[in-house]
Ligand binder design. Structure first.
Ligand SMILES: [Zn+2]
Length: 313
């Protein structure tokens, strides 16, 4: 094996994904496990399982704000276990190759630019719609290495507190966690829904998939929850469109499975709110790489950063 391969890691709030990826962005081997408590030892185990002989380096995509001087995650509201962990330094000394870290949605944007829905695009915004909401921005063909915490844009000036310390953040209304919390609150208040019988009656185990299935089965409460979350996502999309006027917004993450209700409602709401010309020139499209965008993007980060370092020296 030559240095035409890299390890890409996607360390999310729910899953740890690790893949061996070629320079062209194809996955050779991959593995997935629940996100660990002991971050570094789990990363090492997963890398050993995949095999890493002769790789160019390791790229880590992780939810949270990256401190680029210290090469650590400084804050991660949905994943406190990764805050301050010296993953880069430890993997570098363990495997003896260059190791790079990036926000997970930024990595996914790089993956989509390299070999997904963004391949032909110069300017786009990627949103990860899952437990939380993340953002990554490609501008003039390049990843903007900024925090792009789109899920924490304020959309309500007076509301409940977010995990990040702000109030009224987009992800408090439009994320999977928000949808589930709203469903539980409605059922606890006595709202009629077939979701009451879900998970053997344990409503605290409900997932967004359960809500989507119930909506497709005609459950009014489930439909309302998805449409409402979609409406708030649409507020976020309109803000992005008005500020950035991207060619496209690429949506990825588990919630895109509810495209026909949740995303359609978001697109409708964005069309009502954004400048008409700007809305008419943006495509709102699904990710082509799906769950693999993060690992492919993290591996792309390795090749990109090594090439940039070589060009600079
Ligand atoms: Zn927030």
């Amino acid at each position: 094996m030559s240095n035409n391969y890299a390890i890409g890691i996607d360390l999310g709030g729910t899953n740890l994904r690790v893949a061996l990826v070629s320079r062209e962005g194809s996955i050779v081997r991959k593995t997935r496990r629940p996100s660990p408590e002991g971050v570094v030892s789990s990363l090492c185990e997963a890398i050993a399982e995949i095999g890493c002989e002769g790789i160019a380096g390791i790229g880590i995509g992780v939810a949270g704000v990256i401190n680029r001087e210290k090469n650590i995650v400084s804050v991660s509201p949905n994943q406190r276990a990764v805050e301050g962990v010296p993953m880069v330094a430890e993997l570098r000394s363990r495997f003896g190759v260059p190791v790079f870290i990036e926000n997970d949605a930024n990595a996914a944007a790089l993956g989509e630019k390299n070999s997904g829905s963004g391949r032909e695009l110069e300017n786009f915004v990627l949103l990860t719609l899952g437990t939380g909401i993340g953002g990554g921005i490609i501008y003039k063909g390049e990843l903007l290495q900024i925090s792009a915490e789109i899920g924490h844009m304020s959309i309500n000036a007076e509301a409940e507190k977010c995990e990040c310390g702000n109030i009224g953040c987009l992800e408090n209304y439009a994320s999977a966690r928000a949808m589930v919390a709203r469903t539980v609150a409605l059922i606890e208040k006595g709202t009629e829904s077939i979701l009451k019988e879900c998970c053997k009656g344990n409503i605290y185990k409900l997932t967004p998939e359960d809500i989507y299935k119930a909506a497709l089965d005609g459950d009014a409460a489930a439909r309302e929850i998805l449409k409402d979350a979609g409406k708030y996502l649409g507020v976020g999309l309109a803000n992005i469109i008005n500020i950035m006027s991207p060619e496209a917004i690429i949506l990825t993450g588990g919630l895109t499975g509810a495209w026909n209700i949740y995303v359609q409602e978001a697109i409708k709401e964005a069309s009502r709110r954004a400048f008409k010309d700007l809305f008419d020139s943006v495509k709102i499209i699904p990710s082509a790489l799906g769950d693999d965008a993060g690992t492919i993007g993290a591996a792309c980060l390795v090749f990109r950063n090594i090439a940039m370092d070589a060009a600079a020296s």
